[in-house]
Design a binder for this molecule. Structure first.
Ligand SMILES: *Cc1c(COP(=O)(O)O)cnc(C)c1O
Length: 381
C-alpha cells in the first residue's frame, strides 16, 4: 500500500469501502442490474447537487464534464461571458474557444473573487451574452466565488448560468435549484472522495431548451444522447461507462448520505478555518483574500527565499505528505493544501506537524508545534 498522505486538491485518499466496492465483477451495462445502479447513482448525484432535475454520469475526468457543459449550450459564434481568475477559469474559456464560441473574458486578479456587480455590469453592457461560465472553487488560487449572490443577479437576465463545482460539490454550499444554476458540473476525485475518472452534470429546463437549438460540436459529450439513453428501460449511458468507477461513486455517495451532506459541508468549513489558522500560526501568509477563501483547498505563499524543493520536497520525501504546488506564474510562489473528501483533523495534524518541522529544517525560526496548537484551538472553539 502507498502510505503517502495526499493533501491535494484532488485526487484525494479514498476510503477502503469505496475501493472494495470497485472490485465487484463487471455487469452488462445495458442490463437491468446496471440500470438500477446507474439510476441510483444519478438520483444521489441530484441530491448532492440539490436539484430536482436529472443528473448524468460521464466517463471522463472533470474536464470532460466542463466540455459537455459548454459544447451543448452554445453554437459557434454565439457569445459566452467567461470569468477567468485562475487555471480552471482559463480552461472553461479555452474549451468554449475550441468549440468556435465567441468568448468574452471577465478577467479578475488571481487570488480574488469575482463580484456579482461585475457580472451584472457585463450583462448590462452586452445583451448577446448567451451564458456565463464560472468556476465556483478556483482550485489554482484557493478562492470560492459567491455563487449564491451571483445567482440572484443571473435571475434578472436570460443568460444561462454555468458553474463548475468540480472542487466544491459535497464540500461547500452548492444549491443548484435555489441559486438558479442552469448547468452544473463536478468530478469524482475531489470532495466526493471517489477515485478519478467520472464527472457528473445536471441541466435545468432552460438549459435543455438551449440544447435543443444547438448543433453540438461534440460526439462523445452530446447531452441529447445521454438524456435519450438515460430514459431507456433499463437506464443506460450512450457508450460503455466505467462500470467499476460507478460502483465506487455510488459507495462514496452512500457515505455522504450517512455523514449527512450538511454535516460534511460544515466539516469542510471547520477544517479550512483550522488550516488557515495553522498557516498563520506558523508565520506564513495566505494567498487568497480571506473573505473568499476556499473551504476545500488553502493556498499559501511560499516563505521568502524558499523553494518548492525545500518545502514541498521535504514534506513529501521526508514526511510522506503530498502538497500541491502553484500553477503557471504561481509555480514556486505558492503551495496548496487540499482538505477535501474525508480529510479531517487527523490528516491536518499530520500535515502541520510535518510542516512545522519542514520550516525549521529550511532555517525558518518558528515554533514547530505552533500550527498543530492552532488546529487544536480551532477545533475546540
Ligand atoms: C480538478 C478540477 C477540474 C477537472 O480536472 P480533471 O483533471 O479533468 O478532473 C475542473 N475544475 C476544477 C475547478 C478543478 O479543481
Amino acid at each position: 500500500m502507498n502510505n503517502i498522505l495526499l493533501m491535494l486538491p484532488g485526487p484525494v485518499n479514498v476510503e477502503p469501502n469505496v475501493l472494495a466496492a470497485m472490485s465487484k465483477n463487471i455487469v452488462n451495462h445495458r442490463g437491468d442490474e446496471f440500470g438500477r445502479i446507474y439510476n441510483e447513482t444519478c438520483e444521489k448525484m441530484s441530491k448532492v447537487f440539490k436539484t430536482q432535475n436529472q443528473s448524468y454520469i460521464l466517463t471522463s475526468s472533470g474536464t470532460g464534464g466542463m466540455e459537455a457543459a459548454i459544447a451543448n449550450i452554445a453554437n459557434p459564434k454565439e457569445k459566452i461571458l467567461s470569468v477567468v481568475g485562475g487555471k480552471f477559469g482559463e480552461r472553461f474559456a479555452d474549451i468554449a474557444r475550441v468549440h468556435g464560441i465567441d468568448v468574452e473574458e471577465l478577467a479578475i486578479e488571481w487570488g480574488t473573487a469575482v463580484t456579482p456587480e461585475a457580472i451584472e455590469a457585463a450583462l448590462e453592457a452586452d445583451e448577446n451574452i448567451k451564458a456565463v461560465s464560472l468556476i465556483h472553487n478556483e482550485t489554482s488560487t484557493g478562492v470560492a466565488a459567491p455563487i449564491k449572490e451571483i445567482g440572484k443577479v443571473m435571475k434578472n437576465y436570460d443568460a444561462l448560468y454555468v458553474v463548475d463545482t468540480v472542487s466544491s460539490l459535497a464540500g461547500d454550499n452548492v444549491e443548484v435549484d435555489k441559486y438558479g444554476i442552469d448547468v452544473c458540473v463536478t468530478g469524482s476525485q475531489k470532495c466526493l472522495a471517489a477515485p478519478p475518472g467520472l464527472s457528473a452534470i445536471t441541466l435545468s429546463d432552460d438549459a435543455w431548451k438551449a440544447v435543443e437549438n444547438v448543433d453540438a460540436q461534440t460526439y462523445y459529450f452530446n447531452m441529447k444522447k445521454y438524456r435519450e439513453s438515460g430514459n431507456k428501460n433499463p437506464a443506460q449511458t450512450p457508450y460503455t461507462p466505467s462500470v467499476s468507477s460507478i460502483y465506487g461513486l455510488l459507495e462514496a455517495l452512500n457515505d455522504i448520505e450517512k455523514e449527512g451532506l450538511d454535516n460534511r459541508i460544515a466539516r469542510h468549513h471547520k477544517n479550512a478555518e483550522a488550516c488557515r489558522n495553522a498557516v498563520k500560526a506558523l508565520g506564513l501568509d495566505l494567498f487568497a483574500e480571506e473573505e473568499h477563501a476556499s473551504c476545500t483547498v488553502t493556498a499559501v505563499k511560499m516563505p521568502e527565499g524558499k523553494t518548492d524543493d525545500e518545502i514541498r520536497g521535504t514534506m513529501l520525501n521526508k514526511y510522506g505528505v503530498q502538497l500541491a504546488g502553484g500553477q503557471d506564474h504561481l509555480k514556486g510562489k505558492i503551495f496548496r493544501i487540499g482538505h477535501m473528501g474525508s480529510t479531517n483533523y487527523k490528516e491536518l495534524a499530520i500535515t502541520f506537524t510535518a510542516l512545522g518541522m519542514t520550516l525549521n529544517e529550511a532555517g525558518i525560526d518558528v515554533e514547530a508545534g505552533a500550527g498543530v496548537t492552532a488546529l487544536a484551538e480551532t477545533y475546540l472553539q
